[in-house]
Design a protein around this ligand. Structure first.
Ligand code: M6R
Length: 364
């Protein structure tokens, strides 16, 4: 049931601290300060390359996983949407780990991609929410998410639980590849353990986010910008808004702005910038200022330090807690979900059952 919530989506957004904690619990060993994956009969230290395949929101988990696995484990990672992967004659030799990501475990293209990898002799792992699903039963290594049933067509809690498992996989691969000493792992485990509390802080910004929704609900087009792992988050923000509010939205890597999308900017276009402070913050801010100089109505989602530095001249800011870069995507998921949700409510659309969409896409 929806309990006291108006929509399943809102309930599922608010469940995230609990279900992400549940999911992390099965991957973190806080006493030893280690990450642990389920028992497997292959050797992760032999992996030399990772290929991640998924659709939609789950494919953004793959893109974020690429940033994490490459930086932590120094393994090359390829990410593809399943509908392209299965037909593009991918090169699958070498010591490859194939990873699929799927809430339902039934998405036709992802399942076919999984079967394709297995037929080529690739070891596969699956980050899957439905334990009885076809993918859960097919993968060599099941990495379950414990999000519980997700009813809203727009994925929210399944997404953040997938990110939690992807982070655990990245840390595990880093250790297996000899790239992480005990102290470094302890530190990352501590940051992951903090995620549910920071998600609660992010949820507490809901009233501010609801106010920002008024700046977005009248727009015809909306742009999202992010850099690093926040680039896939920009794609996710845009997808979420499109799905449930029917407003045209696109996400871009901040640095790509001036290579085309800036031509779209005028004073009717809200520009949502996802920019936790950190080494690349100033670069994103300069991309944001370029757009602002052309009239963009900037909504900056950042932490207190970021807002103090760059909040001037924006139409609104949404303050997030200051967090370690590894966990920023999990925390920043909350404001982009809530923003899409409140815009859709203002527009009066069918939030849980948006037009033309199905919860599980079992035909290609
Ligand atoms: O069940 P799956 O995770 O395999 O589904 C993949 C996509 O269909 C799904 O993430 C879709 O993009 C959502 N509607 C996004 O909110």
């Amino acid at each position: 049931t929806k309990g006291n919530y108006r929509h399943f989506m809102l309930k599922e957004i608010h469940e995230q601290p609990v279900v992400v904690a549940q999911t992390l619990q099965s991957y973190l060993r806080p006493v030893e300060a280690k990450v642990a994956l389920p028992q497997m009969d292959f050797d992760l230290s032999a992996v030399e390359r990772v290929v991640i395949v998924a659709c939609g929101t789950a494919s953004y988990v793959g893109m974020i996983g690429k940033y994490w696995i490459e930086s932590l484990a120094r393994l090359p990672v390829e990410v593809d949407v399943a509908s392209e992967f299965r037909y593009r004659e991918p090169v699958l030799d070498g010591k490859l780990l194939g990873v699929v990501v799927s809430q339902s475990g039934e998405t036709a293209d992802t399942l076919a991609a999984l079967q394709h990898m297995q037929a080529a002799g690739v070891m596969t792992a699956g980050i899957v929410n439905v334990p009885t699903s076809s993918m859960a039963r097919t993968v060599d290594l099941l990495l379950p998410t414990h999000a519980g049933p997700e009813i809203g067509v727009a994925s929210t809690k399944a997404f953040t639980c997938q990110l939690a498992v992807m982070a655990a996989l990245a840390v595990n691969l880093a250790r297996a590849k000899g790239r992480l000493d005990g102290d470094a792992e302890r530190e990352l485990v501590a940051h992951l353990t903090e995620v549910p509390a920071y998600m609660n802080t992010a949820l507490a910004a809901e009233a501010a986010i609801e106010a920002v929704a008024h700046h977005v609900s009248q727009a015809r087009d909306v742009l999202y910008l992010g850099r690093g792992p926040e680039y896939p988050m920009a794609l996710e923000g845009a997808l979420k808004l499109k799905e449930i509010s029917y407003i045209h939205a696109e996400g871009y890597a901040s640095g790509e702005m001036k290579h085309g999308p800036i031509a779209l900017i005028d004073d009717s276009v809200p520009l949502i910038v996802l920019a936790p402070s950190g080494p690349l913050f100033d670069k994103t801010v300069s991309n944001m200022q370029e757009a602002r100089a052309r009239g963009a109505r900037v909504i900056l989602i950042s932490d207190a330090a970021g807002i103090a530095e760059a909040g001037e001249g924006t139409v609104a800011t949404i303050e997030m807690p200051s967090v370690h870069p590894l966990i920023a995507p999990l925390v920043y998921a909350v404001p982009i979900q809530l923003l899409a949700y409140h815009v859709a409510v203002l527009k009066g659309t069918d939030v849980d059952q948006p037009r033309n969409l199905a919860k599980s896409v079992t035909v290609e």
